[in-house]
Design a protein around this ligand. Structure first.
Ligand code: CP
Length: 326
């Protein structure tokens, strides 16, 4: 496969240009079709991927592991708790050594103390591509799957499509901010009218918001921030409400706990879905806090595309692995 993505890391959403993301999507659709037809596609025969997890996962682990097997290679699950990382192995050791054993290194580390410093440090010392399975700033593979799903449901041209990335109430007050950050960064490159909705205290990182604004200017997309969930949902084509923690939880967890209780009514229910367009779609990266973030009626209802969205993790990840690791 001839492409300039060979050997490249994928850590932040903007590491690949808009055109390169389009290529990833083309390959993902081709691989999805091949899988549906039962056509073998061993693009990574005899290749190996290290999957280093510092944080739990259902979809990410399952889809990377299944994806590598379907591409003819092997993914090794490495749980950080059972490595020597606690006894001295640094990011340099992981990059240098796993870079010699494996053909790619995928890492999930969602810890505000590190941001994305750890994964960048591994990448600095690795001779093979480093793939971000989610850090505390970005969740780029989730976002590619989301983009693929939106285009499948709404068409590839997203201009004038109102896409709402909204905060939602959840039992936990400190869910990662990486998903909404990746969404506003990537979607503003595709011409959509992106609306970010959250209570005033649940801001995203200012530098990420500024990058989204710059994208919107460059790609003639819409980007606005509102603090009212009903206003955001009105006439939306796509709603993507999920919980995230306030930035203050990085210094004062109690403050976060008190804050979140003020916004219990930020739930996606049928009344709110009725504010959206008749053919709107409801998205969530999962896991969702059922009947706190979203009612069963909505997540199991006709607008919901959450299982197609989860499936597309497999296809976009296979595409990126094939393009970067082959
Ligand atoms: N959406 C997502 O990343 O799911 P997991 O946390 O289960 O991997």
């Amino acid at each position: 496969m001839q492409t300039n993505l060979r050997g490249r890391d994928f850590i932040g959403d903007l590491d690949f240009s808009k055109e390169e993301v389009e290529t990833v999507l083309d390959v993902a659709w081709d691989l999805k079709r091949k899988r549906a037809l039962g056509e073998p596609h061993p693009l990574l025969r005899d290749k190996t991927l290290a999957m280093l997890f510092f944080f739990t996962s259902t979809r990410t682990r399952g889809s990377f592991e299944a994806g590598m097997a379907q591409l003819g290679g092997h993914a090794a699950f490495i749980d950080s708790d059972t490595t020597q990382i606690a006894h001295g192995d640094t990011a340099k050791e992981i990059g240098e050594i796993f870079g010699r054993y494996f053909d790619g290194i995928a890492i999930r580390q969602c810890d505000w103390q590190f941001g994305n410093k750890y994964i960048n440090e591994v990448a600095r010392y690795s001779r093979v591509p480093v793939l971000n399975m989610q850090d505390d700033i970005y969740h780029p593979f989730q976002c590619l799957a989301d983009l693929m799903t939106i285009m499948e449901k709404k068409g590839r041209d997203l201009r004038r499509r109102k896409i709402v990335v909204s905060w939602a109430y959840a039992a936990s007050y400190s869910k990662p901010i990486s998903v909404p950050q990746s969404l506003i960064l990537q979607l503003t490159r595709f011409g959509a009218d992106v609306v970010l909705a959250h209570p005033p205290e649940f801001k995203l990182m200012p530098e990420i918001v500024e990058m989204a604004r710059e994208n919107a200017r460059k790609y003639h997309s819409g980007f606005e921030i509102v603090h009212d969930m009903d206003e955001a949902f009105k006439d939306a084509d796509v709603v993507y409400p999920k919980s995230w923690g306030p930035l203050v939880t990085t210094t004062d967890k109690n403050e976060g706990k008190v804050l979140i209780e003020k916004y219990r009514d930020w739930i996606t229910d049928q009344r709110r879905m009725d504010l959206t367009k008749e053919d709107s779609i409801y998205m969530h990266c999962l896991p969702a806090d059922r009947n706190l973030e979203v009612t069963d009626e909505v997540i199991d209802g006709p607008h919901s595309v959450v299982y197609d969205e989860a499936e597309n993790r497999l296809h976009v990840q296979k595409a990126v692995m094939a393009l970067t690791m082959s």
